[in-house]
Design a protein around this ligand. Structure first.
Ligand SMILES: [Zn+2]
Length: 542
């Protein structure tokens, strides 16, 4: 006798359920993909409609292949969750979830992740993940003997592949041309892209888990500068600042009022190594130029801070971001976010004033040549409004929510510009602190952002677009240098030559070699061709 059932649960064939899941994934989590297809193939409607058929067949074949016995429903759920997360970021922000993006997600802080989990995100996950998964588990699948089930699956997969293959062959010219001309098409396909990104990230993580950095520049030594006057360079690693919004680089709004009054050298043509923190930071501090850099090579070799240590300099990294990404593993590292001083910090994040707070005390304690890295939170979004104190809320109305969809682009830009205004103040304050010590120290500051940001141009927000697709807004970065006159004199630099050098294209490739040059470090890993000021140094008589 059959058990009495309180809840009605309709029965469905397992292949039918797989088909439903495929259609759901294809049509409801791929808005970006289909809008691109309709745009790029607009002249060929037949190719568009046949692609729906071909993709449905391909998805059904893949889902059917993955539905193995009792694992079928959990596998469907994983696919649905991946597609739902992917569609939120792709459709809402234009963000592509590739391996770099997944690495970024794994290295992020809970506070940063918290900002992305908004009410909008939760509603989206409820509608596009929880609801369909509930439906999948509500339906009862019809059980069949193993052999019969396997045969049916094989037939369905073969038929689907035949259909997909037929469509691909019939329109191969249209599809191949579209994909070749618009590499972004496949990058927006859910859940293929997020799953592919996660697998690639896990493979890379597995391969690189046991890599120990090989020493480099162990021959490094500091060529003596003025006796009794230690040489100090502060490297400010910026966050998400884009050159387009720096008035120093020609932006119409005055976002750099304080730096404009300092004697800085601004590089208007500087580009980043990556479009995300986890890619750019290790690349910036590595000796390799972008063309020869890889994440693995970054881990396999020591970087700038190690070479400075070998040379005998004091080196420290103060972090107000998500860590040094391995760059400061072998030097003094202070995590200011963890200290969570309530004067500057709330909810697991601090404003950049936390970096200024202890700077004077540190400068007063300097006894030998030193390099200090300040890793800022800068302009990190989507919560731009949390980055600046009320005094810097000058461009209004400013977007005051993590839910960018609830703000106009003008409000988003206002909030973003306030973060640049505040960064301007932080940098200028550092320069003032250095100037105040011109009697006891020879000082300099070098500032470089890790990557830029999209603020709604072409429907893109945030950053992390694969480099070859990324708009200039994400790769064109602010880069500037300030030097105390004594610091310049002791290495025979003159300002006119430095300003001329700054007019040439520069990039993250230059940080490693330029800082070695600034700190008077001689080593065989130093490449004067990548030191932005090498051509300006005159031999200094001792
Ligand atoms: Zn970043």
């Amino acid at each position: 006798m059959e058990k009495a059932r309180i809840f009605y649960r309709p029965r469905i064939d397992r292949i039918g359920l797989g088909l439903l899941v495929s259609i759901f994934l294809l049509l409801l989590t791929n808005r970006t993909f289909w809008s691109k297809i309709h745009l790029y193939l607009a002249a060929q409607p037949a190719a568009i409609w046949m692609l729906y058929l071909g993709m449905a067949a391909l998805f059904t074949a893949a889902v059917t292949l993955l539905s193995v016995g009792p694992l079928a429903k959990p596998v469907y759920s994983l696919l649905i969750v991946a597609a739902a997360i992917g569609s939120w970021f792709t459709d809402r922000f234009g963000v592509v979830i590739d391996a770099d993006m997944v690495r970024n997600a794994f290295q992020t802080t809970p506070a940063e992740a918290g900002h992305l989990i908004t009410t909008g995100f939760l509603v989206h996950m409820l509608l596009f993940a929880a609801l369909p998964i509930g439906l999948v588990f509500w339906l009862r699948t019809i059980r069949r003997p193993f052999l019969q089930s396997a045969m049916r699956k094989a037939v369905v997969i073969a038929a689907c592949l035949l259909v997909a293959g037929g469509v691909a062959l019939g329109f191969s010219k249209s599809y191949a041309t579209a994909i070749r001309q618009h590499k972004d098409i496949l990058q927006s396909l859910n859940p293929a892209t997020p799953i592919d990104g996660t697998i690639k990230f896990l493979m890379q993580a597995g391969e690189t888990a046991y890599i120990a950095a090989q020493p480099i520049g162990t021959d490094a030594r500091i060529v003596a500068s003025a006796p009794g006057k230690p040489r100090v360079t502060i490297i400010v690693a910026g966050e998400t600042a884009r050159a387009a919004n720096f008035s120093l680089g020609g932006y119409a709004r005055d976002t750099n009022p304080e730096l404009a009054r300092q004697d800085i050298v601004y590089f208007p043509k500087a580009t980043s190594c990556g479009t995300a923190t986890a890619t750019s930071i290790p690349c910036m501090f590595s000796m390799f130029p972008r063309a020869r850099y890889s994440h693995r090579k970054g881990l396999e070799n020591e970087g700038l801070l190690d070479v400075l240590s070998h040379a005998g300099a004091d080196v420290a990294w103060w972090d107000n971001n998500t860590g040094s990404k391995g760059v400061a593993d072998r030097v003094t590292f202070i995590d200011l976010v963890k200290i969570a001083d309530p004067r500057f910090c709330a909810d697991g994040e601090c404003q950049d004033s936390v970096l200024l707070d202890r700077l004077d005390a540190w400068l007063d304690s300097v006894e030998k040549d030193s390099v200090l890295v300040l890793h800022t939170i800068g302009s990190h979004g989507p919560t731009y409004y949390l980055r600046y104190p009320p005094e810097f809320r000058r461009f209004t109305p400013d977007c005051r929510t993590a839910e960018l969809a609830n703000c106009t682009d003008a409000e988003i830009v206002n909030a973003y510009d306030n973060t640049i205004l505040y960064t301007d103040h932080v940098l200028s304050t550092i320069i003032d602190a250095l100037k105040a010590r011109s009697g006891t120290l020879e000082t300099s500051m070098i500032y470089m952002s890790d990557h830029g940001e999209s603020l709604g141009e072409n429907g893109l927000y945030l950053h992390g677009t694969p480099y070859f697709l990324a708009p200039d807004f994400q790769t064109h970065i602010p880069f500037l240098v300030w030097m105390d006159p004594a610091f310049m004199r002791s290495t025979g630099l003159d300002r006119a030559c430095m300003l001329a050098a700054a007019g040439k294209p520069a990039s993250h490739d230059n940080l490693f070699h330029s800082v070695l040059g600034m700190m008077n470090v001689r080593t065989k890993v130093y490449d004067p061709g990548l030191d932005v000021f090498a051509g300006c140094r005159k031999a200094v008589s001792s």
